[in-house]
Design a protein around this ligand. Structure first.
Ligand SMILES: Cc1ncc(COP(=O)(O)O)c(C=O)c1O
Length: 444
């Protein structure tokens, strides 16, 4: 398929003149300009059609233009579009907060809403500081928690940090990320990645990573450890078995809170409602976003220690104009209710996808791809990445461009763009996946 590009190129030319230069990447063959979408199917302004295997950064759990989202929007927009943040609340905000309090493992769950994932992490940082009376944080290499000045300090990548060190320095210690377990049925290579390859791609041995974590926690200087239960932007990186459990026990011994950033991994994406459940741990604070708003800007910081903020004295110490926006709350309530209702079905699909991915790996081995472009399938459920561990940086970015040409939205992930990231709507069927896998195999 050759993409028609005339209209996209015209619009991108206009965009280049008015948008700050470091926002939208404008390449030769990437991006296109989106016009409309339904389910997995996206149409661009030149009427090319694509299947979306990104769910727009994992946001559209129910797919594009879901009937549930459209109906909540219609209903709510006829009643009340904008409310009054932290002053006169709405029924929609109260219902959503009650629902969220019921889906976390906290006896005293209380919530502050936000508009973006970064907002939720900002609130978590402030909450942990108040609750512990400490002001430094631990996070992990590869972790992505947003780019506003609070979460930026937790981010290890120089690409994001440089120019802002003055503001963020000394706020957080970034710990090495431990080597994950790799199961052989997900390895399309003649040998698994070597220790040298793992080291070059940002992994540290489990024992070394744990001893650094322990040394820092024992100082009792940190308010919280912030982590993604499954790292997303770092390339769908999983934790080795038992690591987070040991981290939880040490955190408890040293009076340090655990902040699980479930902004990408929450709401069923990994096959459990929250990804931290795979590790048998209970964090103190959960940050949620992306899928929560069903496509509207909405996030939440949910904690069992929110009472540390103390009683309101009349003027909120942490709020924003659009907090608890009625449209987003109405949609969020219906989307989260639908995910709760269909969780068993989502879990069944995740299991089927495991089988499908293993078949894809076997097919690639038969086609000789293990020798040409060895890869490992990482992640869980509908948060997967194909890690091309022996390729030059940018390999997955190039593959993603070629897939766009063939009618598929995918994204590269990993610090050096060596992981092809697949985070489609949770409604994606195995027939859709097979279609994609056939094209990926033929391109490889
Ligand atoms: C795990 C995680 N945390 C935080 C964020 C930041 O969210 P936002 O871009 O909505 O500020 C992201 C965004 O990709 C994320 O994946």
């Amino acid at each position: 398929m050759t993409l028609r590009r005339k209209e996209s190129q015209k619009l991108l030319g206009r965009l280049a003149k008015v948008e700050s230069p470091d926002v939208t990447f404008l390449g030769e063959r990437f991006p296109i300009v989106m016009k409309k979408a339904r389910g997995l199917s996206v149409t661009d302004v030149d009427n090319n059609r694509y299947l979306d295997f990104t769910a727009c950064f994992g946001v559209l759990a129910l797919g594009h233009g879901s009937a549930i989202v459209r109906s909540a929007l219609r209903r709510q927009s006829a009643k009340l579009i904008h409310g009054m943040g932290d002053v006169h609340p709405t029924r929609e905000k109260i219902k959503l907060l009650e629902l969220l309090a019921g889906v976390v493992p906290f006896a005293n769950a209380k919530i502050t809403l936000g508009l973006s994932g970064s907002d939720a992490v900002d609130t978590a940082i402030k909450t942990a500081m108040i609750a512990t009376n400490r002001n430094r944080f631990l996070s992990f290499s590869g972790g992505y928690h947003g780019l506003t000045l609070g979460p930026l300090a937790l981010n290890s990548r120089q690409h994001f940090r440089k120019d802002f060190e003055f503001w963020i320095e000394h706020k957080a210690t970034i710990l090495p990320f431990p080597e994950s377990d790799i199961s052989p049925e997900y390895v399309c290579a003649n040998v698994s990645p070597t220790s040298e390859e793992l080291k070059n791609r940002g992994f540290t041995s489990v024992s070394e990573a744990f001893s650094v974590l322990e040394k820092e926690l024992r100082t009792q200087a940190y308010a919280a450890v912030v982590f993604e239960p499954l790292q997303g932007r770092a390339g769908e990186r999983e934790w080795p078995t038992g690591f987070l459990k040991k981290c939880e026990s040490l955190a408890q011994q040293t009076g340090t809170l655990l902040i699980a950033d479930e902004i990408f991994s929450g709401f069923g994406r990994t096959g459990k409602f929250w990804a931290h459940e795979h590790h048998g741990i209970t964090p103190n604070i959960i940050c949620a976003g992306k899928a929560l708003g069903g496509g509207l800007p909405l996030s939440a910081c949910i904690a069992d220690c929110m009472d540390a903020w103390g009683k309101s004295t009349g003027e909120a110490r942490h709020t924003s104009t659009f907090l608890g926006h009625p449209l987003a709350c109405a949609v969020g309530y219906d989307v989260v209710s639908e995910i709760c209702r269909t969780l068993p079905l989502i879990q069944e699909r995740c299991q089927k996808l495991d089988v499908e991915l293993q078949a894809f790996v076997r097919l690639c081995r038969q086609m000789g791809i293990a020798e040409r472009h060895p890869f490992v399938v990482r992640g869980k459920g509908y948060m997967r990445g194909l890690w091309f561990f022996r390729e030059a940086p940018g390999f997955a970015a190039e593959l993603s461009e070629k897939l766009l040409e063939k009618g598929f939205f995918t994204l590269p992930s990993g610090e050096c763009g060596d992981v092809l990231s697949l985070t489609p709507p949770l409604t994606t069927t195995m027939a859709h996946f097979r279609k994609l896998f056939r094209v990926v195999a033929s391109l490889l």
